[in-house]
Design a protein around this ligand. Structure first.
Ligand code: UDP
Ligand code: MG
Length: 317
């Protein structure tokens, strides 16, 4: 396979129910663009028939299809990173396997990239959500933007385009547990966002739990900014000042009013609150230390046990 213009990377985890529908739409959509492309499916340790379906598809279209089988489930972002390492295209587009983002929209992203944007993010057009959800996510976006200076209007939308240069930087970086669109945005020179259509997941259930989403938010903040650490010292400063004032007040009362026991429970409440702050602070420190640990240890993020691809160069372990 020579250098294609486009690499499409699709992470796949337990998607047997929807894969055929994806193949039926993705390939015609890409053929219609009349450019050279490759599709890289990364099977993220699926426990259903996904791997078998992918290898059938490889046999049907081995001119443009490549399949990576990871040794176990590592999560969507690690699967994408494995795809990035394998990708040969000049432009790299990521797409979810569940058809939430129509493959027919890929052309729009290509257009923007041809116009000179090295990162193209997407926003789901006319997204129907409850007012509460909408406001909550606006709040989160605002907060995240303040902390990390990263503009990601709709971080749930994974149809995104990256130039070869950005992908090379991401590959060289060797980070663990990262939020790829944010990384792409950080490395970009001329990023932009466009609106794309979206559908409901075609088949099966979302693979993300609430816990995963909270983890992602933590990763995003601690992975891209040390501002929380700075706030932490500031909070410590304010609390110490408050405690000192309280101490002076209590000593003064002791001399004016004599020994007193009222207010003990208030003190307890304040104490419990402060213990909560301390535990949170420890957890926050732990997030950063964990990152340092992972980075220093520099283990491979995943192992690709099998590659299905037509290639002259050797499979690496
Ligand atoms: N995915 C994956 N590994 C995982 C979880 C998900 O490769 O551990 C893939 C999944 O097959 C899909 C994409 O990542 O192609 C997005 O997952 P999902 O649609 O469940 O996420 P949501 O759209 O609910 O955010
Ligand atoms: Mg989805």
């Amino acid at each position: 396979m020579k250098t294609p213009e486009l690499s499409v990377i699709v992470p796949v985890y337990n998607e047997e129910a929807g894969l055929q529908a994806l193949f039926d739409r993705l390939y015609p959509a890409l053929d219609a663009l009349e450019l050279s492309y490759e599709v890289i499916f990364v099977n993220d340790g699926s426990r259903d028939r996904s791997a078998a379906l992918l290898s059938e598809q490889y046999q049907a279209r081995d001119d443009v299809t490549r399949v990576l089988l990871l040794n176990k489930n590592h999560g969507q972002y690690t699967a994408l990173l494995a795809g990035f390492e394998a990708a040969r295209g000049e432009k790299i587009i990521t797409l979810d396997a569940d058809l939430e983002n129509p493959p027919e929209e890929i052309g729009k992203v290509i257009e923007k990239m041809r116009a000179g944007h090295d990162y193209v993010g997407t926003i789901r057009a006319q997204r129907r959500r409850s007012l509460w959800r909408h406001q909550a996510s606006r709040m989160m976006n605002w907060l995240r933007e303040r902390i990390t200076h990263i503009r990601l209007t709709d971080h749930g939308c994974m149809l995104r385009g990256y130039s070869r240069r950005i992908i090379d930087r991401i590959n060289a970086y060797g980070e663990t547990n990262i939020f790829i669109p944010a990384l792409g945005y950080t490395f970009a020179q001329n990023p932009t966002e466009i609106e794309v259509m979206h559908d409901k997941r075609f088949a099966g259930d979302s693979k993300y739990s609430l816990y995963d989403l909270i983890r992602l938010a933590f990763d995003l903040v601690t992975g891209f900014s040390v501002a929380p650490l700075q706030w932490l010292s500031f909070t410590g400063l304010l609390l110490s000042a408050g405690s000192a004032a309280l101490f002076i007040l209590l000593v003064a009362r002791r001399f004016i009013l004599g020994a007193e026991v009222e207010g003990v429970f208030t003190l307890f409440a304040i104490n419990f609150f402060l213990i909560g702050v301390i535990i949170f602070a420890l957890g926050l420190l732990g997030e950063y230390i964990g990152r340092i640990y992972q980075q220093v240890r520099a283990w491979p993020r995943q192992f690709t046990h099998t590659r299905l691809e037509k290639t002259e160069d050797k499979v690496e372990g």
